[in-house]
Design a protein. Structure first.
Ligand code: HEC
Ligand code: HEC
Ligand code: HEC
Ligand code: HEC
Ligand code: HEC
Length: 224
């Protein structure tokens, strides 16, 4: 009796139990950890595209054009006020100035090629939402949301990069309490404006009322 039982136990090596539990543990861990890891990864700057500027066909520098030369955002991205799209300026806009300044610069060779060949410059997109998300620039810009709130200090960027996460959570954080992010309409393109801290809350509420700003949180607001 005793011998037989002993023999049977020996059919399964002593470490079998441990292997079994280690395997169960690994599977359980994978089930729990994998989605969590994916969610964390999906929210990290690397996955959202935040922070890294794409390689552009021309080294166009917002610091020189906006800060040093004082050209306003509207001059090149006027669509933001009137339409869903801010737009990228046509080559002819560059040529307005560059037929006079830096005309022979090798850095502008691509501008000249594009102009004379009548082919657009192939700028790479920096900020891009998935197709199933509805977005509209003028809906924001005419309701007191400034460029800097969504694009950061473009005037200090040698190369434009995606400054904000552009995730659904990020959109909703502002949509839930838009009064915290509103500014007077004449400060929309002002990169440096901040409200007087002593009056910030009051001003936010005032702007929300005068501009008639709603809190858009229903799914159909952004998914239509
Ligand atoms: C002289 C023209 C000019 C002016 C002025 C200008 N931009 Fe631009 N902007 C461009 C060009 C050209 C690009 C495309 C190349 C690039 O991404 O760097 C661009 C790209 C951008 C992008 C990235 C677009 C994308 O693909 O997502 C943002 C955001 C932007 N500009 C914001 C601003 C803001 C804010 C201002 C004012 C503070 C401004 N720009 C002023 C010409 C201009
Ligand atoms: C309103 C006038 C104006 C417009 C429009 C303009 N530029 Fe310029 N750009 C300048 C001036 C002035 C400089 C001289 C550089 C400086 O300020 O340091 C310059 C310099 C440059 C340079 C040299 C490198 C640098 O940034 O210093 C490049 C490249 C350039 N511009 C590309 C462009 C492109 C591409 C466009 C069109 C999207 C454009 N510019 C539109 C005025 C303009
Ligand atoms: C509420 C946030 C928000 C505000 C405010 C905003 N943008 Fe944008 N912008 C975005 C998003 C998001 C995209 C990407 C849109 C897409 O992929 O459809 C974008 C794209 C752009 C582009 C690329 C071309 C295009 O039209 O898609 C430019 C240029 C730009 N913005 C400039 C500006 C300027 C200039 C202002 C201020 C006058 C401004 N934006 C205000 C969020 C914003
Ligand atoms: C910093 C604040 C802020 C951020 C960030 C922001 N929004 Fe908005 N959004 C607003 C305000 C304010 C309005 C105007 C509400 C109104 O029309 O009364 C608005 C309006 C809209 C509307 C128009 C709704 C309608 O029915 O006209 C859409 C669509 C929208 N936002 C999408 C987005 C998306 C998508 C994102 C993220 C990529 C985003 N917004 C990020 C503040 C913001
Ligand atoms: C203010 C704009 C806005 C509103 C309101 C909104 N979404 Fe989104 N949603 C986005 C943006 C931007 C993305 C893409 C970026 C991302 O995935 O975070 C997105 C992505 C998604 C995705 C893709 C999966 C994911 O998480 O990446 C689903 C599903 C979704 N939304 C469902 C909903 C539902 C359901 C509601 C209503 C409860 C809703 N959304 C309301 C802006 C919005």
């Amino acid at each position: 009796m005793h011998r037989a039982a002993h023999f049977r136990v020996n059919l399964f090596p002593a470490y079998a139990n441990q292997v079994y539990w280690v395997a169960i543990g690994a599977v359980a861990a994978a089930i729990v950890v994998t989605p969590v890891a994916l969610i964390v990864w999906a929210r990290m700057p690397y996955a959202t595209g935040q922070g890294e500027p794409p390689e552009q066909p021309i080294k166009f520098d917002h610091r020189h054009h906006v800060r040093d030369d004082g050209i306003s955002c509207e001059y090149c991205h006027g669509g933001a006020e009137r339409s869903p799209f801010a737009g990228i300026p046509a080559t002819s806009v560059c040529v307005n100035c560059h037929s006079q300044v830096w005309t022979a610069s090798p850095e502008l060779a691509e501008v000249r090629r594009s102009y004379f060949a009548n082919e657009p410059i192939r700028w790479r997109r920096v900020n891009a939402l998935p197709d199933f998300v509805f977005f509209n620039h003028s809906a924001h810009v005419t309701k007191g949301v400034g460029c800097v709130s969504c694009h950061g200090r473009v005037d200090t960027m040698g190369q434009v990069y995606q400054a904000m996460p552009l995730t659904m959570r990020w959109c909703l954080e502002c949509h839930r309490e838009p009064e915290k992010h509103l500014r007077p309409l004449d400060k929309i393109t002002d990169m440096e404006w901040t409200p007087d801290p002593a009056r910030a809350k009051e001003l936010g509420r005032e702007l929300r009322t005068t501009l008639g700003v709603r809190s858009v949180v229903e799914c159909s607001g952004c998914h239509r």
